[in-house]
Design a protein. Structure first.
Length: 329
C-alpha cells in the first residue's frame, strides 16, 4: 500500500466460530464465549471472518488487547481478565491466543517445508533431464552454426564499387515541433496535436480490508489511494521549408582489379550555394575480396590491398559452411 494511502475505520465486527461438539454454526466470537446449545467453550484459534451479510457491528467497542487463554481450561478470556470466567483459575502466566496460533502456524510451515523438500527431490530427475536437453541443444547449435576452425583460402579476385552523391541547392520541405523549427525556416504552417502526456489527479481508488483483533472481533478499514489519469499536452506541429543542399541522385562506378575509379562527374565540389545549383556530395566506396564463386568479404582499403590475386590468406572458417569469417582477415 502506498505511503499516501488514506485509512479510515469502518467499525468493529464480531468474528464467528463453530462449536466442535454440537456443530452449531456461526456463533459470535465476542458475545458468545460458550456455545448456547451445549455450553462448550469457544476455541479462539478456529474463529473466522463472516460473510458481508453475517457481519454484526460491535457498538461502542473498545479494544483491550488480544484474548488470553486460561492456563487451566484453555477457555478464551478478555486480555484484562484476572480470573477465568469458565473455571475460576487465576490468569497470571496465561499465554496469548496469538502465541498459540503462531506456534500452530510455525508447525504447519515446518511441515510444509518438509513436503516441499520432498517435492523438490521428486522434481530433481525431471529438472536434470530438462537441463541435459537444453545443454545438448546449446552444444549442437554451437557445433553446427557457431564453431570455427583455422584454415587458408585463396584470393580469387578484387572488386570495387564507388558512388558520388549529386546534391542540389533549393527549398527542402521539413516537419518538426515549433521549438525545433530553425530561425531561417520559410513559410511555417502549424497545427495543434498531442505531443506528450501528463498525469493529473482523478479521485481515489478505495477498498476495504479486515484485520482480526484476536479478541473475538475484527476491524474493517477502508483504504484509499490517490488515482491519476493521463491527460494529453498539445503543441504546434509545423511544416516549413529550408533553402539547403539535398541529395537528388547518385553516380555509380564499379569494376574488378586493384585500380578503382570514381564515376565521371563534371560538377564541382565547392559550387556556390545559389538556388538550383548542383554539386558533388558524399563519396562512398565498397571494396570486396573474393575467395571463390560463393564466398566474399567487404573489407577496409588496407586489407583489400594487402593481398594480391592468387595469394593465400590464413583465416577462420565456419565449421558447417566453410565460409570465411571476415573479421579474421
Amino acid at each position: 500500500m502506498a505511503d499516501d494511502a488514506r485509512v479510515e475505520s469502518e467499525g468493529f465486527y464480531e468474528m464467528l466460530w463453530d462449536c466442535p461438539h454440537c456443530e452449531t454454526k456461526g456463533l459470535f466470537g465476542k458475545t458468545q464465549r460458550h456455545c448456547p446449545e451445549c455450553g462448550a467453550p469457544q476455541d479462539a484459534s478456529t474463529r473466522y471472518f463472516p460473510t458481508p451479510d453475517q457481519q454484526k457491528l460491535v457498538v461502542g467497542h473498545v479494544y483491550e488487547g488480544a484474548d488470553a487463554s486460561c492456563p487451566a481450561c484453555t477457555a478464551p478470556q478478555s486480555a484484562r481478565a484476572k480470573n477465568c470466567t469458565q473455571c475460576g483459575s487465576p490468569m497470571d502466566g496465561s499465554q496469548q491466543v496469538r502465541e498459540a496460533i503462531d506456534r500452530s502456524v510455525a508447525a504447519a510451515q515446518a511441515g510444509a517445508r518438509t513436503v516441499a523438500a520432498q517435492h523438490r527431490r521428486r522434481r530433481w530427475p525431471i529438472f536434470a533431464a530438462v537441463s541435459a536437453v537444453v545443454v545438448a541443444l546449446g552444444v549442437a547449435i554451437w557445433f553446427l552454426f557457431i564453431r570455427t576452425h583455422h584454415g587458408e583460402v585463396t584470393i580469387t579476385g578484387h572488386r570495387w564499387a564507388r558512388t558520388i552523391a549529386i546534391e542540389q541547392f533549393g527549398d527542402q520541405h521539413h516537419e518538426a515541433w515549433r521549438d525545433a523549427v530553425p530561425a531561417s525556416a520559410s513559410f511555417p504552417t502549424c497545427f495543434r496535436k498531442q505531443r506528450t502526456t501528463r498525469q493529473v489527479p482523478d479521485g481515489e481508488e478505495c477498498h476495504s480490508e479486515r484485520k482480526d483483533k484476536k479478541d473475538g472481533t475484527f476491524e474493517q478499514v477502508r483504504k484509499c489511494t490517490p488515482k491519476t489519469r493521463s491527460e494529453g499536452i498539445d503543441d504546434d506541429w509545423c511544416s516549413y521549408t529550408l533553402r539547403e543542399w539535398a541529395k537528388i541522385s547518385e553516380e555509380k562506378a564499379s569494376g574488378a582489379g586493384l585500380a578503382p575509379a570514381w564515376p565521371a562527374v563534371t560538377l564541382a565540389v565547392d559550387t556556390p550555394a545559389t538556388f538550383g545549383a548542383r554539386r558533388q556530395g558524399h563519396r562512398g566506396e565498397t571494396l570486396t575480396l573474393d575467395f571463390g564463386p560463393d564466398d566474399a568479404c567487404d573489407v577496409p582499403d588496407a586489407i583489400w590491398r594487402k593481398y594480391a590475386d592468387g595469394a593465400r590468406a590464413k583465416v577462420d572458417l565456419r565449421a558447417r559452411s566453410g565460409g570465411v569469417v571476415c573479421d579474421s582477415l
